[in-house]
Each structure stands twice: as C-alpha cells, then as structure tokens.
Design a protein around this ligand. Sequence first.
Ligand SMILES: Nc1ncnc2c1ncn2[C@@H]1O[C@H](COP(=O)(O)OP(=O)(O)O)[C@@H](O)[C@H]1O
Ligand code: SF4
Ligand SMILES: [Mg+2]
Length: 357
Amino acid sequence: MNDLLLEVENLQTHFFLDDGLVKAVDGVHLHIRRGRTLAVVGESGCGKSIMARSLLQIVTPPGKIVGGAIRYHRGPGDVVNLLDYDRKGPEMRAFRGREAAMIFQEPMASLSPVYTIGNQIVESFRLHFKVSKAEARTVAIEMLRKVGIPRPEARFDAYPHQLSGGMRQRAMIAMALICQPNLLIADEPTTALDVTTQAQILELLQKLQAELEMAVVMITHDLGVVAEMADDVAVMYLGQVVEQGSVDDIFYNPQHPYTRGLLASIPRLEGATRARLAAIPGTVPHPYARPGGCPFHTRCRERIINRLDMCKTEAPPLVQVGAEHHARCWLHHNQGVELSSEAVQLASLPLTTTGGH
Ligand SMILES: Nc1ncnc2c1ncn2[C@@H]1O[C@H](COP(=O)(O)OP(=O)(O)O)[C@@H](O)[C@H]1O
Ligand code: SF4
Ligand SMILES: [Mg+2]
C-alpha cells in the first residue's frame, strides 16, 4: 500500500530486571499511514509508551529492543528497517527530530528549565538544518505563532517556568514540529491539562496535522478523544496489538473481546449507572505473571461462553477480519469457532460486577 509510512512487524522490547524479565512489547504488528491519525488505546501497563518509544529507539537500559522490524517508507521505493540503525548512530539521530518527533504528557520531559524556549527550538532546528541563528530565530518565532503562543517575539526569550501549563505544552509542540516531521507521536499529551486547555491543544494538533500532512500516533485512554481525532485505532493488551482497524471498525464492529470490554466500560449517562462500569473482570496481570496462551484468557468472558479451551495454551495469531481490520483471537481463526450471537450480546452489555471466574 502506497500510503504506508511505518510498518511494524513482530516488535519485541523487553526489560531485563534483577527480579525477572518484563516483556513490555511482545510481538506488536502495526500499520501507520501517511497523514492519518492512529489512536493507541489499552489499560495502563499494556505497553503503549514503550511501544511508542521503541519506534524512535529511545528505550533505555535495562529495556532493549530484542526483535522485529520497523519498516519506514521514506518515499516511493525507499524503505529502510529502522532497527538496522544503531540507536545512538547518525542515521537514527537524523530520523529523530527531523522525520519523527514525540510529545509527552509532561512538557518538561522535552524542555530544559535552564534555557529559554526560543533557544531550545532554535537548537532543535539547527541540529538538522544548516542555517544561521538569525534565520532559525525567524523560523522559530513563526512556529511559536503557529502553535498559538501570543506575542511570540517576546515569548521567545521566556523560560519554561514563566509559561502556563497550556503554553508550555504549546512550546513543546513547537519544538517537536520545528523540522516538520512526517510522524508525530503524542503520548497522552493532554491528560494533565484542564478540560478547556485539553480541547484547545487537541484542536491545535488537528490543525497542524492537516497543515503539515503528518501522521499522528495518539496514545490516549480517552475513547472520546479517539472518536474525535482518530482515523485508525490499535488496541493494546499486554504488549501486543490485539485489534487494529478504522475508527468505525473499532467502535461499531469490534472483533476482539478486550476491545468490546473497553467500549462497554465507557461511562454512560443514562440512569443511575453513571460511574465507570467494570466490563472487564479483574485487572491487568502483573508483568512477571504474564498468562500463557492468549494473554487475555484470564479475563475473557467470551472464552468461557464459547468453551474455547485452546485459549489457555495456544496464542492466537493475528487474522484479517475485514479490509483493513485485524484481530488476534481464536474466535476469528479457521480452527476457532464462529462467534455466537449470545457472546456478542453478553459482551456488549454493561456489567456491574467485577472479580474472577
Ligand atoms: N523503566 C522500566 N523498567 C522496568 N519496567 C518497565 C519500565 N518502563 C515500563 N516498564 C514495564 O513495561 C510495561 C509497559 O509499560 P508502558 O509502556 O509504560 O505501559 P502503558 O504506557 O501502556 O501504560 C509495564 O509492565 C511496565 O511495568
Ligand atoms: S483468544 Fe480466547 S481468551 Fe483470547 S480473547 Fe479470544 S476468546 Fe478470549
Ligand atoms: Mg504510558
């Protein structure tokens, strides 16, 4: 497909800790398309951040990428596996910042407290383009204006602590986008902001995406943000993408029990059930106690309803369930059984009980 930007295949990133091995990313398959927004969702601890950091090779020891491929389609006929590059080498340094950039929940993860924001943006630009300081300053001021910072000529000389939370977030975005990357990875970029600022930042990201024709990977736990922003959605559970499809596939035709559980846990306004409902029993297993077989089998109601014993012992492969729609579940494999309508109904009911089975 010619609109592919990144093709992630069987990516594995593990943490080698004294107490054991944590398979934070354990066989991720993912497609990121040029100019589109891919939302990555899943409960906390499912490997979203480590997967995102792996794409830029910014995972630090004891974490290490141990396998897979990240094919970057730079242009027609020009495809490289980013994992062939040394993570500290010149090719990867050129890729980071120039072709792909990342923003975080906490702006101080990218901004230094001891330099002015203008200086930091200028330095990021001059890392990749041979221009004078004066020329870079002009570009930086233009970028500050673009991200909605008022009086950018004056703010250029401000230190991060002199800005409000929302303005600091905008400065971080300006720094990430100064080289006009093809890909922006946003890891829960608005989680720490108040609702109004959050809406403004999301609107800004949408505007910049259209202007710069970037692909955006938006990591979020907020399905409202997904509905608003995303073209495609990847659902992660215990280090794997268990389902990927268009936003319509995922919201209106979810094929993985975990996705159905996440959707059923969206707070509903009707009646007395306003609180977040526990549609998925139990919690994400401890990283040292990763279940065998299908990693979701300890919490999956559809396994029990459909009496799928193999789920406990055999890991399901990722199978195609629609044109651009994939799921990793025995319900959709030839060797598996057809999904019973009873299972679909049960899974989409908001359940009020938690606990094991
Ligand atoms: N620096 C680290 N050292 C050890 N384990 C880590 C580290 N960072 C992440 N992990 C583990 O990797 C797994 C995935 O983490 P993460 O990608 O941060 O999840 P998410 O972003 O989905 O909440 C978790 O089990 C977490 O405990
Ligand atoms: S493979 Fe089995 S346990 Fe895993 S999600 Fe599908 S039905 Fe549930
Ligand atoms: Mg995270």
